[in-house]
Design a protein around this ligand. Structure first.
Ligand code: RUQ
Ligand code: CUA
Ligand code: CA
Length: 644
């Protein structure tokens, strides 16, 4: 294992008043009784159940805040990761209503994702045409920026299982590109940059950073010795979705954040030990938060100072601690933070990065300008970029911001959210023990992980609502067997005190989300017919076109009929069916299903989709519309006759 460079032991700051029970969670405690608590099975806070609602959220005012009258629209879009379902979900805030799902990594029969040729091309196929992957595990979703705020162009989402990044278009609310990261396992943290570090004119997102959480042999080979494993931090081009470059580092990447000036990307690291078992991964008292100097990395790539790994052509620069000791040339800075940190977040004033402690009850505040000073040779020790390290409670994970100088951190073990003031925490760390940095605490239900406030990590953070992703819901909903929903709780943060407003059950398990003002996106509700080169713009172009055993069936839809009421193909034909929906009216979508052929897809107004299949069964097959579109929806059919 490489020497952990620059890791100095920091004395623990004294516990603030009233925090006696929140001791440092040492290795011994965790290995014993503490482990059960880490898994979220600490004693069930039964007496506490509903307390938040009764004490605060149970008021009429709170209930009114989230209750929209029929026909009323939400004021924010919530973009939620879908977890196991490999999709992204759109949730209206404050109502908590799920409005839409965007399939990305997994097939979805509703819209024919993974069934149409267009979606298969995005998802990736094997040589036999079947999908390369059919499972996914999405965690984090983040949107593109301009001038420090969301610009409504794109969002990106990760698949941890197969190391894929998907891009979502925020005009049609669809996934349009997926890239698999080479030589990465456990792709976890993801964050777009907010502007270019060098070019002043590029004040918007052009890169997306992706952290690889699991270290592996590079190139991958059956090597047993974990000290030989490394992980990669990847930069993906926001437009082309190609991987621009990667940085090889010691330890691992977990979450990712970016600075508002475009100069730095950060990742927190819990496995500086480079252990292969959890006991090894928590043996050190401090781990790290890494800062990547984007301009320097890109200059190094330009100068040819890189290697490639295996069959990948992506340039890989050396970001290991040993190669980055000299600040004058360093590409990466390793800042020491306490024990197995989780979550790194950039404050909306652009000044700080906050790393939560997870196994340490602390949050560490790192000042961006000081990290830059270190790279410029003006700060002697990189750890002097730490301006605060304060106790918050047990199991701090993620942090959100209200734009008024306050941070909100989830405490997984305490089942709480703590509101704390960043400048007061800095004063406290500097020695002013009268500085009361904890502003408020609220119980949540239960074991919160992710947290986000409206517009949190933007210059337009407005401190109105806070959503908390509780990993355990226990007694909050009607029991539905062993699998419980997750509990997304909504909290009013517009005043000094946090007020619990509502519980929203969600299908497990979304992990992360962002919430932004509704006027930041301009969705389109009818396709531009030219979006597909295959579009059949006139019903008269319909027909069956044969070239040997390859048959193209061209069809249009216009409620309540398909342009071909019947069509004939022969057994063994490779059939490509192209369907354009000629309806122009908003919300007039048709479906197209072929019984016993396992085909179903949707065409929205002016949309074109195609499917290719082998006609391997003879007989009559009633292709029917699967989307209720008209009073004669049930009659909207076409007969496929497959002849012997
Ligand atoms: S991680 S609970 Cu996958 Cu987002 Cu922190
Ligand atoms: Cu077309 Cu139902
Ligand atoms: Ca560790």
């Amino acid at each position: 294992m490489a020497e952990k460079s620059g890791k100095i032991e920091k004395p623990e700051p004294p516990a603030p008043a009233g925090m006696g029970r929140r001791r440092f969670l040492g290795t011994a405690a965790v290995a014993g009784a503490g482990l059960a608590a880490l898994a979220g099975c600490n004693e069930k806070p039964a007496a506490d159940a509903g307390k938040g609602a009764a004490s605060a959220g149970g008021t009429h005012a709170a209930a009114n805040a989230v209750h929209l009258k029929p026909g009323e629209l939400d004021s924010y879009y919530g973009l939620w990761s879908g977890g196991h379902t490999g999709d992204a979900r759109i949730i209206g805030i404050p109502s908590g209503r799920e409005i839409h799902r965007i399939p990305c990594f997994n097939p979805d029969p509703l819209i024919g994702w993974g069934i149409t040729n267009e979606s298969k091309k995005i998802m990736g196929t094997k040589p036999d045409g079947s999908l390369k992957y059919t499972v996914a595990d999405t965690h984090h979703v983040h949107a593109s920026y301009k001038d420090g705020n969301y610009d409504g162009r794109y969002a990106w989402i990760n698949d941890k299982i197969n190391s894929r990044i998907a891009r979502l278009r925020l005009d049609y609310f669809v996934c349009d590109k997926i890239t698999e990261l080479p030589n990465v396992q456990g792709f976890h943290g993801i964050f777009p940059d907010k502007r270019d570090p060098v070019d002043e004119k590029i004040n918007y997102t052009t890169r997306v950073f992706c952290g690889g959480e699991f270290s592996i042999p590079l190139p991958n080979a059956p090597i047993d010795d974990p000290s030989k494993y490394r992980s990669l931090f990847s930069c993906v081009d926001a437009e082309s979705m190609e991987v621009r470059w990667q940085v090889m580092i010691d330890g691992n990447c977990d979450l990712t954040a970016t600075s508002f000036d475009g100069k730095l990307a950060a990742t927190n690291q819990y496995n500086t030990e480079m252990g292969a078992r959890y006991e090894d991964m928590m043996s050190a008292e401090r781990d790290a938060c890494l800062f990547f100097n984007i301009a320097r990395i890109e200059a190094a790539v330009k100068a040819g100072k890189f290697r490639t790994i295996g069959t990948s052509k992506v340039p890989v620069v050396d970001g290991t601690a040993e190669a980055n000791k000299d600040p004058g040339t360093a590409l990466v800075a390793y800042v020491s933070v306490p024990k197995n940190p989780h979550g790194v977040n950039a404050s909306p004033d652009g000044k700080y990065f906050i790393c939560a402690g997870k196994l340490s009850p602390t949050a560490t505040v790192i000042e961006l300008s000081r990290v830059l000073e270190w790279f410029d040779g003006k700060l002697e020790k990189i750890d002097d970029s730490i301006v605060a390290e304060v106790e918050l409670g047990l199991g701090p994970l993620h942090t959100a911001f209200d734009g008024r100088g306050n941070a909100y951190t989830t405490l997984f073990l305490d089942s709480q959210v703590v509101k704390w003031n960043v400048e007061a925490a800095i004063k406290f760390t500097r020695g002013d023990k009268t500085a009361k940095y904890v502003v408020d605490r609220i119980d949540v239900h239960y074991q919160p992980g992710h947290i986000n406030a409206t517009q949190s990590e933007t210059t337009a953070a407005d401190g109105k609502y806070l959503a908390v992703g509780c990993k355990f819901s226990k007694d909050r909903y009607l029991p539905v067997g062993p699998m419980h929903p997750e509990n997304e709780q909504l909290i009013d943060i517009s005043g000094d005190k946090m007020i619990l407003l509502a519980d929203h059950p969600v299908r497990p398990e979304p992990h992360d989300f962002i919430i932004f003002k509704r006027d930041l996106v301009k969705p389109k509700q009818v396709y531009d017919i030219d979006h597909s080169p295959l579009a059949i713009k006139d019903a008269k172009e319909s027909g069956v076109f044969r070239q040997g055993r390859k048959v193209t069936v061209k069809m249009t839809s216009l409620a309540p009929s398909f342009s071909l009421r019947e069509f004939k193909v022969k057994k063994g034909d490779e059939v490509t069916l192209i369907l354009t929906n000629l309806d122009k009216i908003e919300d007039l979508s048709h479906g197209f299903a072929i019984p016993n052929y396992n085909i179903n897809f949707v065409v929205n107004p002016q949309e074109t989709a195609s499917v290719t299949f082998t006609a391997d069964k003879t007989g009559v097959f009633w292709c029917y519309c699967t989307h209720f579109c008209h009073a004669l929806h049930l009659e909207m059919r076409s007969r496929m006759i497959v002849e012997a």
